[in-house]
Design a protein around this ligand. Structure first.
Ligand SMILES: Cc1cc2nc3c(=O)[nH]c(=O)nc-3n(C[C@H](O)[C@H](O)[C@H](O)COP(=O)(O)OP(=O)(O)OC[C@H]3O[C@@H](n4cnc5c(N)ncnc54)[C@H](O)[C@@H]3O)c2cc1C
Length: 431
């Protein structure tokens, strides 16, 4: 049974908390409570900047004692619910990154961002399974599954976690791994942030240094033919190559041939030779070309900035009939951006012992940044009805990210590790 929160707010003391604490109206409060989701305007009773596990425990126990909400935030990229009246702990000061190049393992603090891990791993010719933005927090991303431009080759980031240290709802600090608290370890690898505060995370790195990556732009008139070619092209593409086709209205300040133009953009990251990538891409190029601008080039993984699309509508597809192409081409006439991204590869062939990440047979996702009337209804008959947790902003739809069996198992783990539902803000499976 969940304990109710108190309704009358007293001043909350944080005995034993050594970091800075910001109350409403004080310097830092507004900056530190901020979410990147513009619809979230959180009003916590205080924001506390944690510098270590002792601080995290002190904040957690204070929230418990005062019966107020508790939430952790590293960067605000995935904060979709407010911690109103509660204790909001910022983990940003705990951003340590250690790379063991021999074991090809990174160990990070809960405040680390992907950019810091990429920079620390690069000198050893290694890379993490990061996503489209280096500013995203490693821990929140990985707890939500984590799918990036190397996912088709190496799988979800959650599949590469080997160990986590976790502060539980009762204040215990435990190690979760294959041999220690294995059910908790299972849940953490894709089940979201509702099982405890992760205080450190260890995960595998992969040998990746030079990549062939970037964007090429084509006239929008090629959209139907190129998407039709893409439908069959994706079936044979090897895991080394990750692509997306974006139908996009370019801003006025884009360079001359693209300024204010409606274009088809091909995004590519090939973890291999440039010549092989060009060979693989040839059928798409034939359908779309010639390019207005071609910025795909050999570069380092660290410098391959792949960008993303703000998500107003998202659907995922296991198969892609021609009708879907027609619907998307029509939707692009009304939308600012329609991003069609290819998944699969290693994401669909995980090892035997992985977490609850589901919908692994998803072939394509579609993200639209504009509300297009009738689009959701038109796509529904073809979509698989699921979502990846990291693509979801509505915490009430969490069950859509899992199979029924895995969602039930997640709830069992929640009942075992947080029986009174202490962690309840954000993407949290109910007890
Ligand atoms: C610009 C942008 C690009 C993105 N690109 C990708 C992408 O390519 N691939 C992808 O998979 N996702 C992507 N995402 C989604 C992103 O991975 C999630 O939003 C993720 O939750 C962000 O984590 P964070 O720590 O940065 O965010 P925060 O808002 O700081 O945290 C989000 C949530 O993570 C949980 N959490 C964070 N730290 C801890 C902790 N120490 N212990 C327990 N729980 C914790 C909490 O539930 C918290 O509410 C992107 C998001 C944005 C805004």
């Amino acid at each position: 049974m969940s304990q109710p929160y108190t309704t009358v707010q007293e001043e909350i003391a944080l005995p034993g908390f050594a970091g800075a604490v910001h109350l409403p109206g004080e310097t830092g409060y507004d900056e530190l409570r901020r979410s990147l989701n513009p619809s979230v305007d959180a009003r916590p009773a205080l924001v506390a900047e944690a510098h270590g596990v002792a601080d995290l425990r002190a904040a957690l126990l204070a929230a418990r004692a005062n019966r107020v909400p508790f939430a952790v935030q590293a960067t605000g990229h995935g904060t979709h619910a407010p911690c109103d009246g509660g204790v909001l702990v910022r983990t940003s000061p705990m951003a340590s990154v250690l790379v063991d190049p021999l074991r090809r393992i990174a160990r990070v603090g809960p405040g680390a961002r992907w950019g810091e891990v990429i920079a620390a791993a690069a000198p050893f010719g290694l890379a993490p399974l990061s996503g489209s933005a280096s500013s995203v927090g490693v821990t929140g991303y990985t707890l939500g599954g984590g799918l990036g431009w190397l996912a088709r080759k190496h799988g979800f980031a959650a599949d590469s976690v080997v160990r986590a240290e976790v502060l539980l709802a009762d204040g215990r600090h435990v190690t979760a791994s294959a041999s220690s608290h294995p059910e908790l370890f299972w849940a953490l690898r894709g089940g979201g942030g509702g099982f405890g505060v992760v205080t450190s995370l260890e995960f595998r790195l992969y040998p990746v240094s030079r990549v062939y990556a970037g964007f090429a732009y084509f006239p929008i008139e090629a959209a139907a033919e190129t998407l039709e070619a893409y439908r069959s092209w994706i079936d044979d593409a090897p895991g080394e190559i990750s692509t997306a086709i974006v139908l996009k209205r370019m801003p006025a300040d884009a360079p001359a041939p693209l300024s204010s133009r409606h274009v088809l953009m091909l995004k590519v990251l090939h973890a291999g030779e440039a010549a092989e990538a060009r060979r693989l891409l040839a059928p798409l190029w034939r359908a779309a070309g010639p390019a207005l601008v071609d910025e795909i080039r050999e570069t380092t993984y660290a410098d391959a900035a792949m960008g993303g699309t703000p998500n107003r509508h998202m659907d995922m597809f296991d198969t892609v009939p021609g009708e879907v192409v027609d619907i998307l081409v029509r939707a692009a006439e009304q939308a600012q951006t329609v991003e069609i991204r290819h998944w699969g590869g290693a994401m669909g062939h995980p090892g035997p012992d992985v977490g609850p990440v589901s919908h692994r047979s998803t072939k394509l996702s579609v993200i639209v940044d504009t509300v297009v009337p009738g689009l959701a209804e038109a796509l529904r008959p073809y979509a698989n009805g699921g979502t990846f947790l990291n693509f979801l902003s509505d915490p009430g739809r969490m069950a859509a990210a899992y199979t029924g069996a895995d969602h039930r198992r997640l709830r069992e783990v929640k009942r075992a590790y947080d029986p009174d539902g202490f962690f309840r803000v954000g993407h949290v499976v109910p007890a």
